[in-house]
Design a protein around this ligand. Structure first.
Ligand code: PLP
Length: 408
């Protein structure tokens, strides 16, 4: 009988964050080992409680949120998103410009399926949150990676990006603050992205899911504030700042010049219709989360001096950079560290195999840098969500392991 094979569309599609490394961790857990997991940016298991006002609203709304909703999402939530951007100084995003989804993940898929044809190119940062590259590939397009410069705080170079633009380029992805690097882009850089997209008439896709997770004096600049002459799509949601990743609640807001984009927007609406709607109860959390009275669910306090996220970032960064041969750009935002292992001292060829060996030896789970479409096998990604004692234990074990495998 014929083999049941996966579709050819999946050739080249990778998502290592939940790939073979996680499978190995699960196998070790089944054998009875306890694994310290520093691999997924999922706040709830690390003791970050959902904001009480969101929990309360979900409990209240459950009986009345049983049916499908409008495919774009319930009007009060889309109005709340529209009001939010207006308050942030971005005019012209009405409720009908907003699509709610089962997390930003679903919306990335819908947008790229609606936008990308075989042969189209989308500029994606390297390193990136790998869903972007995976979904561009699944859509039949090519992800063309633009480098972010570690020696310059992981900032992208706009001139280098411009050189990658070809007649096949249809869009550019900006992840700010960035996962995995934690880079937060200056207003000047964000304006530069907007101007570049406008000059070439390509779609600017701004993934701003970490917009409220900022440290020190970092300030987040919305890309949409600077895009007038081409289409801008802004993605955000409740998974990170509100810490309710499991509710699957996010949005994409359409702004800028829609005059050339009717066809694409019709396609996006068709795909949104085909999946009925986003999880209805979680849509009701959006107006609560975006109500100025909710104070963004206390995220600023968690990121301020003395706040849990800030302290964990600082401790993990200090412990990692104390390890000989390890360096790490201090992240200005998000919930990750992306340290570099000096290739002279750690001559790693296959970073996935390295991370699996590390896991077997230390019972600590991290993700390899190439899983984020980095070109070189010399980085690891750490999630800074665990408590200080857990981070200290995990990084201590890693430091011992690195002492054993270091060559010089
Ligand atoms: N975009 C980035 C940059 C992320 O890091 C993540 C999750 O880690 C997502 C999007 C997906 O978020 P959601 O839970 O809204 O699907």
């Amino acid at each position: 009988m014929r083999k049941i094979t996966q579709s050819r569309k999946l050739a080249g599609v990778r998502y290592d964050v939940r790939g073979p490394i996680l499978q190995e961790a699960e196998r070790l857990e089944r054998e009875g080992h306890q694994i310290l997991k520093l691999n997924i940016g999922n706040p709830a298991p690390f003791g970050f409680e959902a904001p009480p006002e969101i929990l309360e609203e979900l409990r209240r709304v459950l009986p009345e949120a049983q049916g499908y909703t409008d495919s774009r999402g319930i009007l009060p939530a889309r109005e709340a998103v529209s009001r939010y951007y207006a308050a942030e100084g971005i005019a012209g995003i009405g409720p009908d410009d907003v699509f709610l989804g089962n997390g930003v993940s679903e919306l990335i898929s819908l947008v790229l399926q609606a936008l990308v044809d075989v042969g189209d190119e989308i500029l994606v940062p390297s390193p990136d949150y790998p869903l972007w590259t995976a979904q561009v590939t699944l859509s039949g397009g090519s992800a063309v990676h633009y480098p972010c410069d570690e020696s310059n705080g992981w900032m992208p170079d706009l001139e280098a990006i411009e050189r990658l633009i070809t007649p096949a380029t249809k869009g550019i992805v900006l992840i700010n603050p960035n996962n995995p690097t934690g880079g937060v882009y200056s207003a000047e850089l964000v304006r530069g992205f907007a101007a570049l997209a406008e000059r070439h008439g390509i779609v600017l896709m701004a993934d701003e899911i970490y917009e409220r997770i900022l440290f020190d004096d970092a300030v987040h600049e919305h890309a949409a504030a600077h895009v007038n002459e081409t289409l801008c799509l802004t993605f955000s949601g409740l998974s990170k700042a509100q810490r309710v990743a499991g509710y699957r609640s996010g949005w994409v807001a359409v702004s800028g010049d829609r005059s050339r984009a009717h066809d694409f927007l019709e396609g996006l609406t068709l795909l949104a219709n085909m999946r009925m709607c986003a999880n209805a109860p979680a849509q009701h959390a959006i107006p609560i989360a975006l109500d100025p009275a909710s104070n963004w669910s206390g995220i600023a306090e968690l990121c301020a001096p003395g706040g849990r996220l800030r302290e964990q970032r600082d401790v993990a960064h200090r412990l990692l950079t104390e390890i000989p041969g390890v360096s790490c750009v201090m992240p200005g935002g998000a919930m990750y560290l992306f340290p570099r292992l000096d290739p002279e001292r750690f001559p790693i060829e296959d970073d996935q195999a390295f991370v699996i060996d590390l896991l077997r030896a230390t019972r600590v789970l991290v993700t390899n840098g190439r899983g984020f479409n980095l070109a070189t096998p010399d980085h690891l990604r750490f999630v800074t969500l665990p408590s200080v004692p857990v981070l200290t234990e995990a990084i201590g074990r890693i430091a011992e392991y690195l002492d054993r495998v270091r060559v010089a």
